[in-house]
Design a protein around this ligand. Structure first.
Ligand code: 5AD
Ligand code: SF4
Length: 439
């Protein structure tokens, strides 16, 4: 057998990209590529990119710039760009960075093996189609090595919501849900390989409507059926849209034990005027009522969200409405961003808020969100949580894992608890983790 060729994949952006990178490495595995940890040792470098905000795409171009010396040292090195920047920019990437050999969108990475053969033969390869066939059905039956206790599983892809600021409906395409029987089979396989926790992924995951036994299943039905998989202990899902939080999914938070008490439910803004301009199709009040219903089903649920400040037309009063909503709702954790104009989206046509104002608002919002985050973390001190230990901690003898609330928790624990769930009492709250003691 010939030497394995070496593949380095660098992932940007969301968890869907993390999942896609694993699949791309598997697809290229069938072409004799083995993954390595640094760009320096690679025969092929794949950047799996994100287009959600300006900086994300710019980072890719500067990363490509930094790769020039590697390419000069090794003219046989192949460089590929995958993901949403690839989808949005297509051939433009090769024009701007001629050393790029391969451009592949998120919907066509099952064609990577043939594309790799093409670039190995010295040609360029570009594929940003939205094909009819199911890319998941074409992935190789990879070797099934043991793996860590947590895994992502893409159940739905694409988005039909067309929020006025967002590129996802253009880069990832229309909503497609994968068939339930395949997902249950994959969940079983993951568990056989050592997985204890599965996070169901989708750009708009709670709009899941895949073909299942006896008709279409919603996300709640999928979760309830997946919960029957023996050995699977925890289920999470991300990311959701408020308008797709159906009654059964809310109920599942109360009665499905394996569904973890954590929900990422972005609202983006607290101003009805801005929500309307964003095409979110709900009001701040409706979101607050929805949270009340979810919390009635699961009172200890930890809520996470996304916020955009400085959306075109946002006044100080609109921003204050966002601050008020945050105060009312109370988040355990949240992401907040300055609005970034994305070419081709409706909001890009509107006059922007000036940058200094946006920056100042972002600071105020982040201060409030951090305060809430630390208050929730501090409130965990003294409480018992269940930690799924994933790996060694920073200090000798420590393991680190996640509580049911997705807090990172470290504790002195024996190695044999790696991959297991153990009861831990939280004794200290630090910036990005909690310290616990085994009970
Ligand atoms: N500008 C700033 N933030 C954005 N997001 C999506 N598009 C943009 C944009 N153009 C944020 C939203 C979304 C998260 C994934 O990224 O808050 O929920
Ligand atoms: Fe983008 Fe999410 Fe809106 Fe879809 S629902 S357009 S992915 S922000």
């Amino acid at each position: 057998m010939s030497e394995p060729k070496k593949l380095f994949v660098k992932t940007y952006g969301c968890q869907m990209n993390v999942y896609d990178s694993e699949r791309m490495a598997e697809a290229l595995g069938s072409e004799g590529y083995e993954q390595v940890g640094t760009a320096e040792e690679a025969d092929m470098i794949l950047l799996n990119t994100c287009h959600i905000r300006e900086k994300a795409a710019e980072k890719v171009y500067s990363e490509l710039g930094r790769m020039r010396p590697l390419r000069e040292a090794n003219p046989d090195l192949k460089i590929g760009v995958a993901g949403c920047v690839a989808q949005a920019e297509g051939e433009e990437i090769m024009n701007r960075q001629p050393m790029v050999d391969l451009v592949v969108g998120p919907q066509t990475y099952h064609r990577l093996p043939e594309m790799a053969r093409k670039v190995e033969a010295g040609e360029k390869a570009l594929d940003t189609d939205f094909p009819e066939e199911d890319k998941f059905a074409h992935l190789p039956k990879a070797r099934k090595p043991k793996r860590g206790p947590t895994a992502f599983l893409t159940v739905q892809e694409g988005c039909d919501k067309f929020c006025a600021f967002c590129v996802v409906p253009y880069t990832r395409g229309a909503e497609v849900s994968r068939p339930a029987d395949r997902l249950l089979r994959e969940a079983n396989e993951l568990v056989e390989r050592g997985v204890r926790e599965i996070t169901l992924l989708g750009q708009n995951v709670n709009a899941y409507h895949g073909q299942g036994d006896g008709g279409e299943w919603g996300l709640a039905k999928l979760i309830r059926e997946m919960a029957k998989v023996d050995g699977l202990e925890r289920i999470r899902f991300t990311t959701s849209h408020p308008n797709d939080m159906e009654d059964d999914l809310i109920a599942a938070h109360g009665d499905c034990e394996k569904l973890m008490p954590y929900l990422h439910l972005p609202v983006q803004s607290g101003s009805d005027k801005i929500l309307k301009a964003m095409n979110r199709k709900h009001t701040a009040e409706e979101y607050i009522r929805l949270i009340e219903r979810i919390r009635a089903a699961r009172p200890d649920l930890l809520l996470s969200g996304d916020f955009i400040v400085g959306f075109p037309g946002e006044t100080e009063a609109d921003f204050q409405a966002t601050m008020d909503l945050v105060e009312t709702v109370g988040y355990g954790q949240a992401y907040s961003f300055k609005y970034s104009s994305r070419p081709g989206t409706p909001a890009a046509e509107k006059p922007p808020v000036d940058d200094a104002t946006s920056s100042e608002r972002l600071q105020r919002l982040q201060a409030l969100l951090s305060k809430q985050q630390y208050a929730v973390q501090d409130s965990m001190v003294g409480r018992e949580v269940q930690v799924l230990f994933e790996k060694d901690g920073r200090l000798p003898g420590q393991l680190i894992g996640k509580s049911e609330y997705l807090h990172a928790v470290h504790a002195l624990a024996p190695q044999n608890l790696k991959g297991e769930i153990a009861k831990v009492r939280i004794v200290e709250s630090a910036k990005n983790s909690l310290k616990g003691e085994l009970i």
